[in-house]
Design a binder for this molecule. Structure first.
Ligand SMILES: Cc1ncc(COP(=O)(O)O)c(C=O)c1O
Length: 392
């Protein structure tokens, strides 16, 4: 595969494709179920007129820290900024290297490049789509400053082995937990498995706000102090700047809305897990286990299914078929980061990360939103079965 081929457009759906039968993610239904609570919370902030670092931000930080099991949680403007602030607090700088997977959202590696440090890509595990822990050690050099695994799709990365390697080389681990709030690795929550955990409150996340927002969790008081200063222009005291920081705070309005939604987070995650189990059962009943690969749930890991991702070499054709039947799907991610023009300067070539490259061509995310009905899931499975039956 050359880089031109890698950017070939997937076939577009038929121009007269029918309207979607249901959305990929039903945020309107979620809002309707919390409308009054959210209205009251927003009203309270508007009445107070305390929009920046108001009491709601402190309260949400305390609630998330308690939930994750970390000593501190610090709100910021987005998940991307959470990663950037964590790296800045760890003094990652020009010329440093940070190990991370290429099969992820752009912000993971982008945060590293923004600091003029180098993302050093390490391929993913074929089954979990997360950083392959057996390949990390070989990527460590004298310039390595941190390891940044991603808990992709809501499943924790293989943290025990990653932490073991990190400890042996005295390296901090920054968890990109943007997609995985509430996921657990054995008895611990993500965000409490490394030096820092970085969360996103982008609306499509399991805990999504009414706009952008993010949070960093840590149990290290020095890191927490640096992050809290860095997110507020580097200032501890008004108009005195200890560090070169940025303006990246979580709005009080967002915090108030997130606190309402946080009360429903476990129930929503449970509904996603129920839907995932139901898909497994329905796909098995339809005899499709050989045609598609279902997401794995490794022993002891609590998956929260921000995405339910299946895999097939006929991904693009299946996607087109489903679209023509009115069924929405998404591709996370159609191109691995090492083949993106934005990272061309790193000098990676097609073929260097075969698992990430193949995953990009084969994965398909099916709707798994909490309010999805059994009937809607049956439509997805029946149409998938029809697609493969036509090809027999
Ligand atoms: C894996 C991953 N990392 C980082 C981010 C960045 O988060 P945000 O969109 O809040 O900046 C996202 C979300 O979009 C993500 O999915």
């Amino acid at each position: 595969m050359n880089s031109r081929q890698s950017f070939a457009k997937p076939p577009s759906p038929h121009p007269s494709a029918p309207k979607l039968l249901f959305p990929f993610l039903d945020l309107k239904a979620e809002y309707a179920s919390m409308k009054e609570e959210i209205g009251t919370a927003v009203e309270k902030v508007l009445e107070s007129q305390q929009f920046i670092m108001g009491p709601e931000v402190r309260q949400l930080e305390a609630e998330i820290a308690a939930f994750v099991g970390s000593r501190f949680a610090l709100g910021c403007a987005s998940g991307s900024d959470a990663l950037l602030l964590a790296l800045m607090a760890l003094e990652v700088d020009s010329g440093d290297e940070v190990i991370t997977p290429p099969f992820t959202f752009v912000a993971t590696a982008g945060s590293i490049s923004r600091l003029k440090a180098r993302p050093v890509f390490v391929d993913i595990d074929r089954e979990t789509y997360n950083l392959d822990p057996t390949l990390v050690e070989a990527a460590i050099t004298s310039r390595t400053k941190a390891i940044m695994p991603v808990h992709l799709f809501g499943l924790a990365a293989e943290m025990e082995k990653i932490n073991e390697t990190a400890r042996a080389h005295h390296l901090p681990v920054i968890e990109d937990a943007a997609q995985a709030i509430g996921a657990r690795y054995h008895d611990r929550n993500v965000g409490n498995l490394g030096a820092c955990g970085c969360f996103s409150f982008f609306p499509s996340k399991n805990l999504g706000g009414a706009g952008d927002g993010g949070m960093i969790t840590t149990s290290d008081p020095e890191l927490a102090d640096r992050i809290s200063v860095l997110r507020d222009h580097g200032s501890r005291k008004k108009y005195q700047y200890d560090l070169l920081g940025m303006n990246s705070r979580l709005d009080s309005l967002q915090a108030a809305i997130l606190m309402v939604k946080f009360r429903h987070l476990e129930a929503m995650a449970q509904a996603r897990r129920r839907n995932a189990d139901r898909y497994r059962q329905l796909f098995r009943q339809a005899g499709l286990e050989k045609s598609i690969v279902l997401p794995v749930q490794p022993e002891g890991l609590h998956h929260v299914y921000n995405q339910f991702v299946i895999r097939t070499p006929q991904r693009d054709q299946l996607r087109e078929h489903l679209r023509n039947c009115g069924i929405p799907t998404e591709i996370y991610y159609p191109f691995p980061l090492h083949l993106q023009p934005a990272f061309a300067g790193l000098g990676y070539r097609p073929g260097e990360f075969p698992e990430s490259e193949e995953a990009s061509q084969q994965v398909l995310a099916l709707p798994v939103f909490p309010q999805m009905t059994e009937e809607q899931q049956k439509m997805v499975v029946d149409e998938t079965a029809d697609f493969f039956a036509e090809r027999k």
